[in-house]
Write a protein that binds this ligand. Structure first.
Ligand code: NAD
Length: 742
C-alpha cells in the first residue's frame, strides 16, 4: 500500500480529493467512480428492506483521515461524522505519531458473550455444580447450533456460570457462552445459540429461563492500543513541549479521579470510534454500550485512555476498550456505503478493524487533550471549522490563511462571510474595476428553482454595465444611450431606473439630488442577463467613488438587493450578488444566503444569444408561482431536480467537465420547458445551438422570451456564427477586461 501521508487534502475540492485518493492507490477506480457519481450512498429502496416505516435516507459527511500507521501498516480511515474538526484532529494526531512508527494495537481474543438467565432456582449451588459437570456436553450442544460457524473455525469456546442475587433476595444464574464469531460482530449468531440451548440450561438448573441474549459488555474482546509521541513533536504555538506533555498527563489524571471529566474524555474517544464504526456499517450503539459499561466496570466510571511520561520524557498513551465489531454480516452487504468504507480502511478481518478503531480512539483522545491542555478546544475547533468553510467557499490560496483568521476573529464562520472577506480583500480586482462598473450574469443552471431556496449556478458577464455620476447638474437626468433612455430623475417616480437611483440615494443617505447618472450597457434590455442588478451595483459604486463613501462590497450588494426587490418583487438575490462580486458562483438563499465561489481555470466556452422577445422576470416569476401553487408537489419535485443539477453542474464546472455540464444543461432546459417558461422561438434557438455543436443549450434567466445560453467547447465561433446569421444578437462572457477567476 502507499504512504498514507497526504498533505493538503483538506484544500482540495471533493472531486480533486477523489482523484488524489485514486492516484495514490487508496481508492480503486470503481470506488472512485462510485463516489464521483454519488452512487455509493444508501438507496431508499434498500433502506426500506433494512428497517421499518422508511420514509427516506439520512446523509452524513463521509470523510477520510490520512496519515495513520497501525501495526506497521499505512492506512487511511473512513469516517462518517457531522461534527466539525474531528477528522482534521485525528489526521493531525496520526501524522504526529508517525515519527515513532505510529500506533500498535492488539486484539488478543475476540469472544462475544451470550447470556442465558435462569431464575426461580431452588438450590442454586447444586445447580451451579450440575452446570460445571455438564460443561463439555453443553459445549458440544452449543456448537451443534451453528455448524457453519464451527466450520469457519468459530464457535462457543467457554461456558461460565455466575451466581446472581436479585433485588428480591432470590437466586438466579447467568450462564455465559463465550463465542468466537469470527469476522461477524455476532449478535444474531450468539442470540440464536442462546435461544437454542436455553431450555437445556433451564432444565439443568431446575429453574425458569428468563432472558437469552448477548451482552454488550464485550470484555472478552478487549483491544489495547498504544502510542508514543516524541517530546519534540508536542510543542504547540507558544506552549513548550514539556508543558503540553505535562498538561496532557494531568488531564488524564483528572479524568481518572473525576467521572464527570471521564465522561467527556471518553466522549472524545468515541468521536473517532463511532465515526469509523458508522463508515464501516457497524453497530455503534453496541460499541457505545460496551465502552461505557467497561469504563464503569470497576464500580467507578473511568477514562478508557490514559497518558503518562516515559524515561525519555516522551508521552505514552494507552487505550483499553471492548470492541466487538464485524466485517461481514449485519446489513453490511445491503449497505453499499459501509462496504465502501471497509474497502477504504483496508482491513481484512474483524480483529483488524477493532485494532484500527482503538488506534483511532486513542488518536482522537490525544488531539482533544492537546487542544485542551493548550489554547483550549474552541480556538482549534473554530479554526478548523473556518478552514473547511473557507475551502468550501473556494477561497483562493493566496488569501486562504488571512480569510481563515478573519473568520475566526469575526465569529461568523460561514461561507457567505468568507466570500465577503475575499471580496473585500481582492483590492486588485476592485481597484482595477472602473469606478462604476458591474457584471451581468448568465444562469447556467437553477433559474426559477432558486426563487424557492434551491441552488443556482451563475457566471458573470464581465463589465456588462458602467455608471458615471455628474455632480451639480441643475436638471439631473439618467441616460442609457444603448437603450435610448434619457429622462429626468424624478424622486416621485416609483418605477423603472429613476426609482432605482432614488432608492440607492436613500439607502446611501445621499440627500443632495443634484447628480445625473449616465449609464452604458452591453446587455440588451429584459433578456434575463441581470441588467437591472448590474445597473444598481454600478450606480452604487459610482456614488461611492464620487462621494468617497467607503462602501464595502457587502453593502453594495445589499443596496442592489433592495433595488432588485423594487424591480422584481421577490428576487432570489443571485443577480445582485454576481453583479457585485463578478465571479462564478453556486448560490442559494433559503432564508440565509449561501455563496460558493467557484474557481475555474478559464472562462467557460459560452455563447449567449438573445431572442426577439423580451421576458420580464417579475412576470415570469409570478406566473410560475401561480402554476406552482396549483400543483405544488409536482413543481417542487421539478425544483428539487433542478437543485441537484445545479450542484452537480458546479462540480462539473470546477473540474472543466464540459461534456457533463452540457448534459446537465440540456436536462435543465427540459425541466424549464416543463414549468412553462420556454417559447417556440427559444426552443428553436436551443435546437440551433445543439445542431451547431453545443454540448448543452438551454433557456437562461426567467424565460418567456429573453435569452438562451449554450456551452460550446471547441465550437464557440461556429455557434455564434449560426446565431448571428439567423439574426440573433450574441453576447460574450468576457468584456474588454479579463473574466475574474474565483
Ligand atoms: P448476522 O446475523 O448477519 O450473522 C453473520 C452472518 O455472516 C452469518 O450468517 C454467518 O454465517 C455469515 N458469515 C459469512 N462469513 C463469515 C465469517 N467470516 N465470519 C463470521 N460469519 C460469517 O450478523 P451478526 O454479526 O450475528 O449480528 C450483527 C447484527 O446484529 C448487527 O446488525 C446488530 O445491529 C444486530 N444486533 C445487535 C444487538 C446488540 O448489540 N444488542 C442485538 C440484536 C441484533
Amino acid at each position: 500500500m502507499s504512504d498514507s501521508r497526504i498533505s493538503g487534502l483538506y484544500r482540495l475540492s471533493i472531486a480533486e480529493r477523489i482523484d488524489e485518493l485514486q492516484r495514490l492507490g487508496w481508492l480503486s477506480s470503481s470506488d472512485a467512480e462510485l463516489l464521483r457519481q454519488g452512487r455509493h450512498t444508501l438507496l431508499p429502496a434498500t433502506a426500506d428492506r433494512m428497517v421499518e416505516n422508511v420514509a427516506g435516507v439520512l446523509g452524513l459527511p463521509f470523510a477520510v483521515a490520512p496519515n495513520f500507521i497501525v501495526n506497521g501498516h499505512d492506512c487511511i480511515v473512513p469516517m462518517a461524522i457531522e461534527e466539525p474538526s474531528v477528522v482534521a484532529a485525528i489526521s493531525r494526531a496520526a501524522s504526529m505519531a508517525r515519527s515513532t512508527g505510529g500506533f500498535t494495537s492488539n486484539c488478543a481474543e475476540s469472544l462475544l458473550i451470550g447470556q442465558v438467565h435462569v431464575c426461580d432456582i431452588d438450590a442454586v449451588h447444586a445447580a451451579l455444580a450440575r452446570l460445571e459437570a455438564a460443561n463439555s456436553e453443553l459445549l458440544t450442544l452449543c456448537n451443534s447450533v451453528h455448524p457453519r460457524l464451527t466450520a469457519r473455525g468459530g464457535g462457543v469456546r467457554e461456558i461460565e456460570s455466575h451466581h446472581l442475587e436479585l433485588p428480591d433476595g432470590s437466586d438466579a444464574i447467568a450462564v455465559h457462552l463465550l463465542v468466537d464469531t469470527r469476522d461477524a460482530m455476532g449478535a444474531n449468531l450468539v442470540n440464536t445459540i442462546c435461544e437454542a440451548v436455553a431450555p437445556e440450561l433451564g432444565q439443568l438448573c431446575g429453574g425458569n429461563v428468563a432472558l437469552r441474549i448477548l451482552s454488550n459488555l464485550a470484555d472478552r474482546s478487549l483491544v489495547t492500543a498504544r502510542v508514543r509521541y516524541e517530546l519534540g513533536e508536542l510543542q504547540r504555538g507558544d506552549f513548550v513541549a514539556e508543558v503540553v506533555r505535562d498538561r496532557i498527563v494531568l488531564a488524564s489524571d483528572i479524568a481518572s479521579a473525576d467521572p464527570y471529566r471521564a465522561a467527556t474524555h471518553n466522549k472524545g474517544i468515541m468521536n473517532g470510534i463511532d465515526a469509523l464504526a458508522i463508515a464501516t456499517g457497524n453497530d455503534w450503539r453496541a460499541i457505545e454500550a460496551g465502552a461505557h459499561a467497561y469504563a464503569a466496570s470497576t464500580g467507578t466510571y473511568r477514562p478508557l485512555a490514559t497518558w503518562s511520561t516515559d524515561g525519555n520524557g516522551d508521552l505514552l498513551g494507552e487505550i483499553v476498550i471492548p470492541l466487538k465489531v464485524g466485517v461481514v454480516g449485519g446489513n453490511l452487504d445491503a449497505n453499499g456505503s459501509a462496504a465502501l468504507g471497509l474497502r477504504i480502511s483496508g482491513v481484512a478481518a474483524a480483529t483488524e478493524l477493532a485494532e484500527l478503531m482503538a488506534a483511532v480512539g486513542l488518536a482522537q483522545n490525544f488531539a482533544a487533550l492537546r487542544a485542551l491542555a493548550t489554547s483550549g478546544i474552541q480556538e482549534g475547533h473554530m479554526k478548523l471549522h473556518a478552514r473547511s468553510v473557507a475551502a468550501s467557499a473556494g477561497v483562493p490560496d493566496e488569501l486562504f490563511d488571512d480569510v481563515v483568521a478573519e473568520l475566526v476573529t469575526g465569529g461568523d464562520v460561514k461561507a457567505w462571510r468568507a466570500a465577503e472577506i475575499v471580496a473585500e480583500k481582492q483590492v486588485r480586482t476592485v481597484q482595477d474595476r472602473p469606478d462604476g462598473s458591474a457584471s451581468g450574469k448568465v444562469i447556467l443552471l437553477g433559474e426559477h428553482a432558486v426563487v424557492y431556496g434551491k441552488h443556482a449556478l451563475a457566471l458573470p458577464i464581465a463589465d456588462a454595465v458602467t455608471a458615471d455620476i455628474v455632480e451639480d447638474d441643475p436638471e439631473p437626468i439618467i441616460s442609457i444611450p444603448e437603450w435610448a433612455v434619457k429622462q429626468k430623475i424624478a424622486t416621485t417616480d416609483h418605477t423603472g431606473i429613476t426609482a432605482v437611483v432614488t432608492l440607492i440615494r436613500k439607502e446611501l443617505g445621499i440627500a443632495d439630488s443634484h447628480y445625473s447618472v449616465h449609464l452604458h450597457s452591453r446587455l440588451p434590455r429584459a433578456m434575463g442577463l441581470g441588467s437591472s442588478a448590474a445597473f444598481a451595483v454600478a450606480i452604487a459604486r459610482a456614488f461611492d467613488a464620487k462621494l468617497d463613501l467607503g462602501l464595502d462590497e457587502a453593502t453594495i450588494n445589499s443596496v442592489a438587493f433592495e433595488c432588485e426587490k423594487l424591480a422584481h418583487g421577490t428576487p432570489s438575490g443571485i443577480d445582485n450578488t454576481v453583479a457585485t462580486y463578478g465571479e462564478a458562483m453556486l448560490f442559494r438563499n433559503d432564508g440565509a444566503l449561501e455563496l460558493q465561489r467557484l474557481a475555474t481555470a478559464e472562462p467557460p466556452p459560452i455563447v449567449i444569444a438573445c431572442s426577439s422577445q423580451s421576458g420580464l422576470t417579475k412576470d415570469q416569476v409570478a406566473n410560475v408561482r401561480t402554476r406552482r401553487d396549483q400543483c405544488p408537489a409536482h413543481y417542487d419535485a421539478l425544483f428539487n431536480e433542478i437543485d441537484a443539477l445545479s450542484q452537480a453542474g458546479a462540480e462539473a464546472l470546477i473540474s472543466g467537465d464540459y461534456a457533463e455540464l452540457g448534459l446537465l444543461m440540456n436536462i435543465c432546459h427540459g425541466l424549464l420547458n416543463a414549468i412553462g417558461v420556454s417559447t417556440a422561438e427559444l426552443e428553436n434557438m436551443v435546437s440551433l445551438a445543439r445542431a451547431a455543436g453545443a454540448a448543452g443549450a438551454k433557456v437562461t434567466g426567467a424565460g418567456g422570451g429573453g435569452s438562451i445560453v449554450a456551452l460550446c467547447p471547441g465550437s464557440v465561433a461556429e455557434v455564434s456564427d449560426v446565431f448571428e446569421s439567423a439574426g440573433f444578437k450574441t453576447i460574450s462572457l468576457v468584456g474588454e477586461r479579463e473574466y475574474e477567476i474565483g
